[in-house]
Each structure stands twice: as C-alpha cells, then as structure tokens.
Design a protein around this ligand. Structure first.
Ligand code: BGC
Length: 379
C-alpha cells in the first residue's frame, strides 16, 4: 500500500508554498491538528471508506499535500450526505484555506460551497462533479464518458462482437445482456452510462445484443450509492423475472467492481460458473484488488483502471496553483457543465484491463505487487 500511496509523488512536486495563500477567513488560521499560525491547511472530504479506491485517493491526496508543505484535514463521510455536509461546514469554520471534495450527492453541497465562497475558500471538485453551484472552482477527474465507452467496448470484445482493434468480431449473437448503472446522484454515473450505451446501442439496434429484461433506461439500471448488496438483489430479480425459461445471461454491463461482485454472487447462487452455464462477460471499474483476482480466475471479464495516484497528483498540482493565487492548468473547458457554470477541468485517461494485460497495467506500474494480484488482497 505504501508504494501505491507514495510512488506518485516520488518525482517530486513543486515545493514552493505560499504561506499567505487562501484569502479571507481561511488566511493564517490553524488547522484542527494544531498547525502553527500561518500554516496553510487543505480540507479533503472523501465519500466513503467502503471502497478501496476512496481510501487510496484520500491517502494519496493527503501524502501529496503534506509533501508540498501543507497541513491536511482529511475526513470520510461514510456515504452519508448529512455527515459530509457537516464535515465540510466544520472545515470551513476551522478556517481551511482550500477544499478538495469528492461528493456523495453531487447536488447536495450548494450551501456549503456558498459558505466557502463567502469565506474566500476555493473548491476543487475531486473525481465527481459538484452540481448546481457556481462556487466550484476547478474539477479534476478522468474522462468519464470515455470510461463508459471502454466499459461498453470491453463488453462487446468479451462477447466476441468486436475485436480489440475495434473491427467486427467473429461472433454474431444474439447475446442476452443486462445493464447496470451507478448512483444517480453521482454525476459520473450518467457519463459512464452515456459512453457505454452509445457503444452498445448499435448492437441492440442490429439485434446482436438483446436486453431480455427490457430494462434499458438508466433509471431502471441505477444502483443507489453503488452498493454491492443492491446490485446483487437486482441481479437476482432479473434472473427470476427474465431468465426463468431456461435462457442464459451472456453479458452484464457493470459500472463498478463492487457492483460486479454483487452481480457475480447472484449469478453464482443461480448456478453460473459451470461448464454448461459459464459466467457471462462482466465489466467493472476501479481495478479493485478482489476484482483483479476474479479477472485472473476468469470470473469477471474486465475492469477499468483509473490510476488514482495520478488523480491525487493532479489535485495537489491544482491546489498549489490556486493557493498561490494562480489559475490551475485545465485540459477541458467545455464538457463539465454543472447546471450553473462550465467548470474548468483536468481530465486523465483510463485503461481497459483484462486477464491479458494485468501485469503490464497494474503490476509493472507498481499499482499492485504480483503477490497482491495472486492473493486478491492488498498487503
Ligand atoms: C467513481 C468511480 C467509482 C464509483 C463508485 C464514481 O464516482 O468515478 O471510480 O467506481 O464512483 O465509488
């Protein structure tokens, strides 16, 4: 784990820290951990510790900020919206100089952001866009639409409808596919869905992919808070209602590894994973270690690797610029309209991971050790 948290910063981030960065109420106040007068504190609000990626994000952002010379106030909100609001309120009262927020519900933080603005505290939206507020100053994330395209593409590749180079595969179908989406209060969920459905829809139109349940809208496919158990229940319901005639599921679009594991449990309980009833092609996201092992074992087909070390590094780079009173570097100034403003963004690229490239994408980059991949457990 240490490697994963710290390696991203080995190259060294700029260490120049302006002690007078952060105007207004935040200026020159001390952090909750008793930082000395004049120290600059960054409040980091993360959604949950139930998923590995957010723990890694929190640790990586904290390590990078500390390395750059800042004090850090890091809080996790247990996937509970009031808890996150209170934690951010508290950070503002404590006088942090900048906020980095990965929202649970992207629409629920307007009053916190207004208070931050009034106190002269700038806000970086981390990974998930905060919506409905003009007080979001910058967004760091991945190209979320492309993550969806990659999920849709890997589903089609796994089914044999596409080759890896994008050319038509040898399979013709029809294949029974079921569709899952993320939590509707997370702006990313719609982007993932749009990217995936734009990729899959032509195959539904041609009849090569059949959504046997008929549940083809994001509202029907969404899983609140990205919960594994909710996904398991929905897959169980789909199997009971649409596959009680002897037909089999050939593929499942899943937007996140935790959801994929819920789907897998439901399928295994229904006898999938045997020679006459093979596991469907199942996608995912985040390259969580338990799911990487499932991919090695041929249970899950793919995941999308988003190197959270790089995202944390980008957040720290943006934070440094903003605390120095400069504009952070954006590489996208058109895509992320939050309903009130188009938020300038720095977007990173993600990668499709299958059994064929785990070593190259995850082990060679030291995201995981070979032992972690072999055991399915982070050390
Ligand atoms: C993130 C994904 C993650 C999901 C569930 C999304 O906002 O972008 O990486 O899988 O939340 O935590």
């Amino acid at each position: 784990m240490t490697r994963r948290y710290l390696a991203a910063f080995a190259a060294g981030l700029a260490l120049t820290v302006s002690a007078c960065g952060g105007e207004g109420a935040g200026s020159g106040t001390s952090g909750s951990d008793g930082a000395a007068e004049g120290d600059v504190t960054v409040g980091v609000s993360m959604p949950t510790q139930t998923s590995e990626r957010w723990i890694a994000d929190g640790n990586n952002v904290e390590a990078g900020l500390k390395e750059a010379g800042y004090e850090v106030e890091l809080q996790y909100a247990n996937d509970d919206i009031p808890t996150q609001s209170q934690q951010i309120d508290q950070m503002i009262t404590q006088g942090v100089d900048l906020l980095i927020v990965a929202a649970i519900d992207g629409t629920a933080l307007s009053s916190q952001l207004a208070a931050a603005k009034a106190a002269g505290i700038e806000v970086i939206s981390y990974d998930r866009l905060i919506r409905g507020s003009g007080d979001v100053d910058f967004y760091v994330s991945f190209d979320n639409y492309n993550v969806g395209v990659q999920q849709g593409t890997s589903l089609l590749t796994g089914l044999g409808l596409l080759n890896e180079d994008g050319s038509p595969g040898t399979a013709t179908g029809p294949f029974n596919v079921e569709l899952f989406a993320g939590s509707l209060d997370d702006n990313n969920a719609q982007f993932f869905w749009n990217g995936a459905m734009d990729t899959i829809q032509p195959f539904i139109d041609s009849g090569q992919v059949v959504v046997k349940s008929g549940q083809t809208t994001i509202d029907q496919a969404a899983i609140l808070r990205w919960q594994q158990e909710t996904a398991q229940r929905r897959m169980e319901d789909l199997l009971t209602s649409a596959y009680n005639d002897g037909s089999k599921v050939d593929g499942v679009l899943s937007p996140y590894d935790g959801i994929s594991r819920g789907i897998i449990t439901a399928l295994q309980n229904a006898g999938y994973g045997s020679a006459d009833k093979p596991m469907p092609i199942i996608t995912g996201q985040d390259a969580e270690i338990a799911s990487v092992k499932l991919i090695v074992d041929g249970v899950q087909y793919s995941t999308i690797f988003k190197d959270t070390r790089l995202l944390a590094e980008q957040a720290v780079t943006a934070a440094e610029a903003m605390l120095d009173g400069e504009e952070p570097e954006a590489n996208d100034t058109t895509t992320y309209d939050n309903g009130v403003k188009v938020v300038p963004a720095y977007l990173l690229e993600s990668q499709i991971v299958t059994a064929d490239n785990i070593v190259e994408t995850l082990v060679d980059t030291e995201y995981y050790s070979q032992a972690e991949v072999d055991t399915g457990q982070a050390s």
